[in-house]
Design a protein around this ligand. Structure first.
Ligand SMILES: Cc1cc2nc3c(=O)[nH]c(=O)nc-3n(C[C@H](O)[C@H](O)[C@H](O)COP(=O)(O)OP(=O)(O)OC[C@H]3O[C@@H](n4cnc5c(N)ncnc54)[C@H](O)[C@@H]3O)c2cc1C
Ligand code: FES
Length: 370
């Protein structure tokens, strides 16, 4: 038992579903220490590393004018199966810095799959999504964070389901639809999707073909440019029995806020499951200042738009993270000293409070026990 722990310890930071993979990683790391184990492994294959999950971009295929599916071959340690609807962390090195974002998996996670896929909509003001849609080249090596999230279907699958999606919010739901089909499950599904025009609908052919073939899948697409915005009050007209269905909804904040209020008002909040891709930020920046990472003995001077998570990663510190959006709570740590500001609300937090490093920046000075 102790030998097993000793073997795994060097790979403790790697989130692998099969523990034996970390035993191999750990042993390789120990066999090559004090030299640099990752350097040896990368010489043999750039996807092999004792410390982190990596992947190689295999293919990038356009779905619409501003979206693309990126297929990735994960390296050692990436779980062979995951829940359709979960998301992964994707890290790309651009301009000498690692940039991380979260993307829902559009692949379905079967043990025979050697690749995973994500489908990205380019945000015209965004940094990484435009690069993933228009700039990332096959063979690029990326970093991965293991699949996470509880936006997925339960077991057993409910008999009657409602999916409400808009824009890129289709991604986790298409994975659920594909997985149900692959398993031969046929619950009664109503799906309402919104996008500006037909040309903007990601996976439109696939969804319409499924609706034409399968009696149990009813699809309503709201083309918002000609039909007006998604109006939650029209659920009664689109899906008269929506109250009796378990609902999964993913789309922009305005749609999800409206859905949550509607379900709340109907006393049905527990029937609604939502996935948010973005948080609302206030205009309040933090002041910026000095961040100390007490355990690692490092510090950095950052501006008020840089998060504590980004600051730690920039210094090479292993920082816990999940969604990087203030949603999942994986990054929560106690504030060991000083002040930070929550970039969503502008609220200041002080020593002793628990903070989310992904949406907090420093106000003057702060210390984290990392
Ligand atoms: C769980 C989860 C799953 C997701 N799945 C998908 C998916 O399947 N497909 C998909 O396309 N996207 C998905 N996303 C969204 C994705 O992670 C990215 O947020 C998105 O691609 C935009 O990234 P970007 O680098 O292009 O934009 P960023 O550069 O991060 O900017 C995004 C927007 O925020 C603004 N912004 C950036 N920094 C600041 C700041 N300091 N203050 C104020 N505003 C700022 C920008 O102007 C821009 O409008 C998901 C997100 C989460 C949390
Ligand atoms: S990483 Fe998810 S809340 Fe911070």
């Amino acid at each position: 038992m102790d030998l097993l722990k000793w073997s795994k310890r060097p790979a403790a930071g790697v989130n692998a579903r099969k523990p034996q993979v970390n035993v191999v990683r750990g042993l390789v790391a120990r066999a090559t220490t004090p030299l640099l184990p990752d350097d040896y492994l990368r010489l043999i294959n750039p996807l092999w590393t004792a410390r982190e999950l990596r992947g190689k971009v295999v293919d990038v295929v356009k779905e619409t004018a501003d979206s693309a599916t990126v297929t990735i071959r994960p390296g050692w340690g990436f779980p062979a199966t995951y829940e359709p609807g979960q998301y992964v962390g994707i890290g790309l090195r651009i301009g000498g810095r690692w940039h991380w974002r979260s993307y829902s998996l559009t692949s379905i996670g079967s043990s025979s799959d050697t690749t995973i896929s994500i489908t990205v909509k380019a945000n015209p003001d965004g940094f990484l999504s435009t690069h993933l849609v228009d700039g990332v080249q096959p063979d690029t090596i990326i970093r991965l964070a293991a699949p996470k999230g509880d936006f997925h279907l339960p077991e057993p699958v409910p008999g009657r389901i409602l999916f409400v999606t808009a824009g890129s919010g289709i991604t986790p739901v298409i994975a659920m639809l594909r997985a149900l089909e692959a398993r031969g499950d046929a619950p009664d599904i109503c799906h309402v999707h919104a996008a500006p025009t037909r040309d903007d609908v990601i996976f439109v052919d696939e969804m319409q073909a499924r609706a034409a073939d399968a009696d149990h899948y009813d699809l309503t697409i709201q083309f918002t440019r000609e039909m007006g915005h998604f109006d939650v009050a029209r659920l009664d007209e689109w899906v008269p029995d929506w109250r009796e269905r378990e609902c999964w909804a993913c789309g922009p904040p305005s749609l999800l806020d409206a859905m949550e209020s509607h379900y709340e008002a109907g006393g049905l909040r527990e029937r609604l499951h939502t996935e948010r891709f973005t948080i609302s930020r206030t205009d309040h920046g933090a002041e910026g200042g000095k961040v100390r990472f007490a355990v690692s003995g490092r510090e950095a001077e950052i501006d008020g738009a840089t998060t504590l998570l980004e600051a730690g990663e920039e210094l090479g510190i292993t920082m816990p993270f999940g969604c990087r959006m203030g949603i999942c709570q994986t990054c929560v740590v106690p504030l060991a000293g000083g002040y930070v500001r929550d970039l969503r609300t502008g609220a200041e937090r002080r020593e002793g409070e628990r903070i989310q490093t992904c949406i907090s920046s420093v106000s003057g000075e702060c210390t984290l026990d990392l």
